[in-house]
Design a protein around this ligand. Structure first.
Ligand code: F6P
Length: 341
């Protein structure tokens, strides 16, 4: 069988492990030909193919990013985009397609599957907000990087008696902020799940600095917003693709803390550093498990499903059930972050 493969949306560490697993298992066990598309859905629309062999996947496990390239491009948003996808698949004689992506890529995958293409999807995003799976490829590495950054900021915060504000990614959900905040021992964690009251934070920091500490770490998810009616009017600035402008909320929180407490404060925006570099073993293993599960599912004739981690197991969940939904941080995890602040 000729099986297409693409990676779409923001890159994450661990994508190459998934690509490698699809190629190794697909060629070796099942005798398929794996045809990569460069730069996500853009490559499918343009017919930009890279036939994948064992040579392409040699030594890729520790390498971040994606050997196929990626792009933020949604065929369903373009005029004739879906038709162009179908035309390329026919021209390349692709019988099934594996799509590795976050919510945007998966949404497009579900539309293409409904047009009759056999599709199995694999979830990836450092934000960990893909619905239906306990974890997505890339999240573990991002949490590791953010935790290490918080650890490092602790020593400089303490030396200078400062409030260090760290902005991490997390557009719709605060998974990185909460988990790295817990792991790094942050004093305050702000997430999209719980709009915040700046006055409460300021009161807490003043109390902490008066009573027993001279420094604090405040972790802010990029999608965090002040509560309605709170004493901090704020409209999140967004970019061309509806993405959050990096550093905007972090800068505002830092400024408000500085002005309202008189403490010295600094901002660190981790940004794309969280998406770069070597994947952790957890992401390599998850990518490998998802890759094998996806090509096995394709071979069995499954379609319009996504591989998902559920507890210890890899399951398949129907794409239409998860497309367009966000997996938020649950209340008990938010409570742990709050309880340990
Ligand atoms: O992949 C999701 C994400 O990491 C978001 O948290 C962030 O808003 C966005 O990517 C940034 O994407 P870009 O690479 O397009 O700047």
């Amino acid at each position: 069988m000729r099986v297409g493969l693409l990676t779409g949306g923001g890159d994450v560490p661990g994508l190459n492990a998934a690509i490698r697993a699809v190629v190794k298992r697909g060629e070796g066990e099942h005798g398929h030909s794996i045809v990569g598309f460069r730069n996500g859905w853009r490559g499918v629309v343009d017919g930009d193919v890279l036939p994948l062999t064992r040579q392409h996947i040699r030594n890729v496990l520790p390498v971040g990013g994606t050997l196929l390239g990626t792009a933020r491009y949604h065929p369903r948003a373009e005029d004739g985009g879906i038709d162009a996808v179908l035309a390329t698949l026919e021209q390349e004689r692709i019988e099934a397609l594996i799509c590795i992506g976050g919510d945007g890529t998966l949404h497009a995958a579900s539309v293409v599957a409904e047009a009759g293409v056999r599709i199995v999807a694999i979830p990836k995003t450092i934000d960990n907000d893909v619905f239906g799976t306990d974890q997505s490829i890339g999240f573990d590495t991002a949490v590791w990087i953010a935790t290490e950054a918080i650890d490092r900021l602790h020593t400089t915060a303490e030396s200078h008696n400062r409030v260090m504000v760290v902005e991490v990614m997390g557009h719709h959900a605060g998974w990185i902020a909460v988990t790295a905040g817990i792991a790094g021992g942050a004093e305050v964690v702000l997430t999209p799940e719980e709009p915040f009251d700046i006055e409460k934070i300021v009161k807490y920091l003043k109390h902490r600095h008066r009573s027993h500490a001279s420094f604090s770490i405040v972790v802010v998810a990029e999608g965090a917003v002040p509560a309605e009616g709170s004493d901090m009017p704020y409209l999140p600035p967004v970019g061309k693709f509806g993405e959050i402008v990096a550093g905007a909320i972090g800068e505002r929180v830092k400024m408000e803390i500085e002005q309202r407490t008189g403490f010295d404060a600094r901002l660190t925006v981790l940004g794309h550093v969280q998406r770069g570099g070597t994947p952790t073993p957890v992401d390599r293993i998850l990518g490998s498990r998802f890759g094998v599960a996806a090509i096995d599912a394709i071979t069995r004739g499954e379609s319009n499903v996504m591989t998902a981690l559920r507890g210890e197991d890899i399951k398949l969940v129907p794409l239409p059930e998860i497309a367009g939904k966000i997996k938020h941080v649950p209340a008990d995890l938010l409570e742990v972050a709050r309880a340990l602040a």
